[in-house]
Ligand binder design. Structure first.
Ligand code: UDP
Length: 322
């Protein structure tokens, strides 16, 4: 089978490419290297079944050609990371909405199946735990920039579902929760690569707020396996699935764990949110996925716990510079 991965040199995209190649798939990937890196696919480049194009999905004739060549499209190209959203809101909104529009338009012309990578951000600041796919979105006002990301991803979902309902283009939506592993960069704000790098270089480990906010972290290998299974599950078409782990940890505890596991002398430093992001920044306190739907569909269960996840990231940073 031939797969097209948009955002294929990104963190999740490169792992997905690797896993599909390992299953003897043929992988085409397109990436403009805005947040991805060619280094992420360096080890795959000699594989004759990998074809990569460094270009933008906004190059429509090229994208149309690539969609035409493939059987299934995995749309991962997006502006990611809270820091990027706060610092470059125009780019985030435009990339996430127009990019998905273009991919769906071309996939629809050829009636190719599309997986849309959405985000747990769409649940917004809902306090209901855990988050189920049919829950209401609870978003803050438009004056607070961070909510633009959630809205952009929600529009992507609406559009993908509309293409299925109206044009019968088969679409599957995955709401990815916090995903971690080797090759993720801390440059765009993601907490685990940041903490690990800080610990390994002896810099202060920067906990934002009081550190009582929690997250559930899944290893990228579990996420990629779930994506591959769900795209091949016929009844997933026209459906939204949470994909992640439901093992919760507070950010303060995470900082302590990273310090302990690296044997670091770094101090743990608490930084107010307004200093870390922007004034009036709203963070989610908890974010736990309900995994019932995906477990029923593909018998999904995350296999790696937070200790194994941290060990794999620490090992990666010991061997690689960012
Ligand atoms: N965070 C932190 N220090 C950092 C980076 C992030 O305390 O250097 C916190 C952040 O405020 C959030 C959590 O870690 O509460 C997860 O942040 P990340 O950006 O990785 O993911 P998201 O907020 O999208 O869940």
């Amino acid at each position: 089978m031939k797969y097209l991965i948009t955002g294929g040199t990104g963190f999740v995209g490169s792992h997905l490419a690797e896993a599909l190649l390992a299953q003897n798939g043929e992988v085409y990937l397109i990436d403009d290297l805005s947040t991805g890196s060619i280094k992420n696919i360096e080890h795959l480049k000699t594989n004759p079944k990998l074809h990569y194009t460094i270009n933008s999905i906004f190059n429509e004739p090229l994208l149309a050609e690539l969609v035409d060549q493939c059987d299934l499209v995995l749309h991962l190209a997006a502006a990611v990371g809270v820091r990027l959203i706060v610092e470059s809101p125009v780019r985030t909104i435009e990339t996430n909405i127009s990019g998905t529009e273009i991919v769906l338009k071309h996939a629809s012309k050829k009636q190719k199946k599309v997986f849309i990578a959405s985000s747990s951000e769409v649940y917004g600041k809902s306090t209901k735990i855990p988050f189920s796919e049919d829950d209401d979105m609870v978003l803050g006002p438009t004056s607070k920039g961070r909510w633009s990301y959630a809205c952009s991803k929600a529009i992507d979902e609406f559009l993908a579902l509309a293409y299925w309902r109206e044009k019968k283009t088969p679409t599957v939506i995955g709401r990815l929760f916090n995903t971690v592993g080797p090759r993720q960069t801390g440059r765009y704000g993601m907490v685990i690569p940041r903490f690990v790098k800080q610990a390994l270089t002896g810099e202060p480990i920067t906990v934002y707020g009081n550190g009582q906010q929690s997250r559930c972290f899944a290893h990228v290998s579990d996420i990629v396996e779930a994506i591959i299974k769900i795209i091949h599950y016929d009844q997933a078409v026209g459906e939204v699935f949470n994909i992640g782990s439901n093992q919760e940890i507070t950010i303060e505890e995470l900082a302590r764990k990273v310090k302990e596991k690296t044997g670091s002398k770094s101090v743990i430093k608490y930084i107010p949110y307004e200093e870390a992001y922007e004034s009036g920044f709203e963070d989610m306190l908890r974010r736990v996925p309900d995994l019932t739907k995906i477990t029923k569909a593909i018998n999904y269960r995350p296999t790696k716990n937070i200790d194994q996840i941290l060990e794999s990231v620490i090992d990666y940073f010991k061997k690689n510079d960012e």
